[in-house]
Design a protein around this ligand. Structure first.
Ligand code: SPV
Ligand code: MG
Length: 434
């Protein structure tokens, strides 16, 4: 007699006794068919797993009791249940309450429709992937896994959300902060190592005065306490001969991408007033720098993104497009189009035209001055990465200033307590601090 098929949805990143238990229980009812969540199906709900789909598949299909592994492309089980029509689905009973209960209802409904069974087994207490995930976070990651993460996110998500970090502490917030929204979790996908906020936090102007070695000190602090991917603000990239070393250094540290801007001469921050004239680099010089960087990188995964400063320098969208074509032509892995114009009209125009010509080349936006738009709108324009480039630093400064003023005003710190994090929370914030 043909054995029954039992469907089991799984991420399969961390294999713990709870996973083995549910496979064992499932085998009692029939052949276990694992629906392995793809990166795409996970991306809008949780952080991407450490291992990619192929790596997780290789592990899961070798677990005793697993007969077959198929991709689960949606967060909901329903499409796969309709496709494979298993005799049963097995799930831990922890989905009875909370946000998963809606999915449970949908699963019961579809299984009833074709006469399938829903098997619920007691949830293995005391061990869970999320709990273990936290433990793994405290161990850290490897440069290789971190480096690859940006390309995986770009493949899996319509929009990659990046936030500026200028210290270990600011990076820790970005690593951990999340809010429940809809039936998923919203968080930041990675970090921007900004030249503006890194130099400002060191009390220096944003004119490439902080050299790479010094920038690496901040990066090391961030790397040591986080696991999310990092995009490095490479300013102009410096001299071609130096840029190739910078690429290697960043890559070796597990940085996912460097963005270099097509300016020349003394670099000033792009958001300065119009009185600061920015000179654009000759197209051929900048192309040579990108090409040299691409030749220097060791992995397939590292990205060199060309930042177009035409609009900042007073040029037109057409001029920016000419440069973009040349930069992509010599191997740039993406473009960042920058503008301080507040309506966002030029940026939208650029995005739509560029997207028409290059359907798959990532577009990066830094919406500091045109921040009235929501992320969804940027996706409609064709953008893939949004960088909130300076907000952690800009928000911390007024908080510090208010505290300092309050203490001066009141000649004691009692009134400033409301601006401050409680000491207990500070101690809990950093693992190993208690
Ligand atoms: C930075 O964050 O340092 C940047 C982005 O380069 S901007 O400040 O908008 O030029
Ligand atoms: Mg910068």
């Amino acid at each position: 007699m043909k054995r029954r098929t039992v469907y089991l949805g799984m991420i399969g990143d961390i294999i713990h006794p709870g996973v083995i238990n549910i496979i064992r229980e499932g085998s009692k009812y029939g052949d276990v068919l694992v629906g392995l969540f793809t990166d795409d199906s996970i991306a809008s709900h949780k952080r991407l797993p450490y291992l990619n789909y192929e790596q997780r598949k290789a592990v899961v299909e070798n677990i005793k009791g697993v007969i077959r592994v198929v991709p689960q492309e949606e967060w909901s089980y329903v499409p796969n249940l309709l496709k494979y029509r298993p005799d049963a689905i097995i799930h831990g009973d922890d989905w009875k309450n909370g946000p998963d209960s809606q999915e449970r209802d949908a699963v019961f409904k579809v299984m009833q429709e074709f006469g399938g069974e829903v098997i619920e087994i007691p949830y293995t207490q005391g061990i869970s992937s999320s709990g273990l995930n936290k433990d793994i976070l405290s161990i850290g990651t490897t440069p290789g896994i971190r480096l690859k993460m940006l390309r995986r996110l770009l493949k899996a998500k319509p929009l990659v959300r990046i936030m500026e970090a200028h210290s270990g502490l600011s990076a820790l917030i970005i690593e951990n902060v999340e809010i429940a929204k809809g039936n998923g979790i919203h968080n930041f996908d990675g970090m921007w190592s900004s030249s503006l906020t890194d130099s400002t936090s060191k009390g220096k102007p944003d004119i490439e005065a902080v050299d790479l070695t010094t920038r690496l000190q901040t990066l090391t602090d961030i790397l040591e306490c986080t696991t999310k991917p990092i995009i490095f603000d490479g300013d102009t990239g410096g001299k071609l001969e130096h840029f190739v070393f910078a690429v290697r250094t960043l890559e070796r540290n597990g940085i996912s991408a460097v963005i270099i801007e097509d300016k020349t001469g003394l670099k000033k921050n792009s958001l300065f007033g119009t009185e600061v004239k920015q000179e654009l680099a000759p197209i051929s010089d900048f192309c040579a720098k990108i090409a040299a960087g691409k030749r220097a990188q060791v992995t397939q995964d590292f990205m060199i993104i060309a930042r177009l400063e035409s609009l900042i320098a007073g040029g037109t969208v057409e001029e920016a497009l000419v440069r973009a074509r040349a930069f992509v032509g010599v191997g740039a892995d993406g473009v960042m189009i920058h503008s301080k114009e507040e309506t966002g009209v030029e940026i939208k125009n650029f995005c739509e035209k560029f997207r028409g010509e290059f359907p798959n080349t990532p577009i990066v936006l830094v919406p500091t001055t045109y921040n009235q738009f929501k992320e969804k709108e940027f996706v409609e324009w064709g953008a893939n990465i949004i960088i909130y480039a300076n907000h952690m630093l800009r928000s911390s400064y007024p908080a510090m200033l208010n505290t300092a003023k309050s203490i001066l005003e009141n000649e004691r710190s009692l009134e400033a307590d409301k601006f401050c994090m409680p000491i207990k929370q500070i101690l809990e914030l950093i693992s190993g601090g208690k």
